[in-house]
Design a protein around this ligand. Structure first.
Ligand SMILES: [Fe+2]
Length: 181
């Protein structure tokens, strides 16, 4: 699921960099590895990440902001590892004025999405993966307004002694489809 809040041309960051860039939220470290389906590490995988802020809004929803917040592109290292500092993901309501709101209301559903990070991961020889990572224990995990949740995409955000947050998630890429001649 790509969603409406991905934008091309997000800033590139070094591994471990802070990508919040002024977005409001509690600090959170995100890290993990990128592997192929045979368990091989994928070096140089390009990871695009984007998320909402503590108000449940993406940078592009803040009128006149003019720069990227809590979104960026980084590359996995020689061991397939990635890491960046951002902010704690929180649940947010999808825009629900107009037809979307009417549809939700008619089907008796709420507009909330459980807290998540968005990722788009690509590497030569692999299928591009566009996915979410969801926060376990989120009250909306079982009723995501847009049905994006899979158990395999749920991870534990842990609060550290200093109050900051930490989440680790490992991605697995499928091999690129082999085209018949
Ligand atoms: Fe989202």
């Amino acid at each position: 699921m790509f969603g409406p809040f991905h934008v091309d041309g997000a800033p590139h960051y070094r591994l471990g960099a802070a990508i919040a860039n002024g977005a409001r939220g509690e600090p959170c470290l995100v890290r993990g590895t990128v592997r192929g389906s045979n368990g091989e590490t994928v070096a140089g995988a390009r990871l695009g990440v984007w998320q909402s802020d503590a108000d449940g809004l993406y940078d592009v929803q803040h009128a006149g902001l003019g720069h990227a917040q809590a979104r960026g592109v980084l590359e996995s290292d020689a061991e397939g590892r990635y890491a960046f500092r951002s902010i704690l993901a929180v649940p947010y309501a999808i825009p629900h004025d107009g037809p979307v709101g009417e549809l939700l209301q008619a089907s008796g559903r709420h507009p909330w999405r459980p807290a998540h990070l968005h990722f788009m991961i690509s590497a030569p020889g692999y299928e591009t993966l566009i996915t979410h990572v969801f926060r376990r224990d989120d009250p909306y995990l079982d009723s995501d307004a847009v049905f994006g949740v899979r158990q395999s995409l749920v991870a534990d955000w842990r609060q550290q002694a200093d109050g900051s947050w930490f989440v680790e998630y490992d991605f697995v890429l499928n091999p690129a489809a082999v085209r018949e001649p």
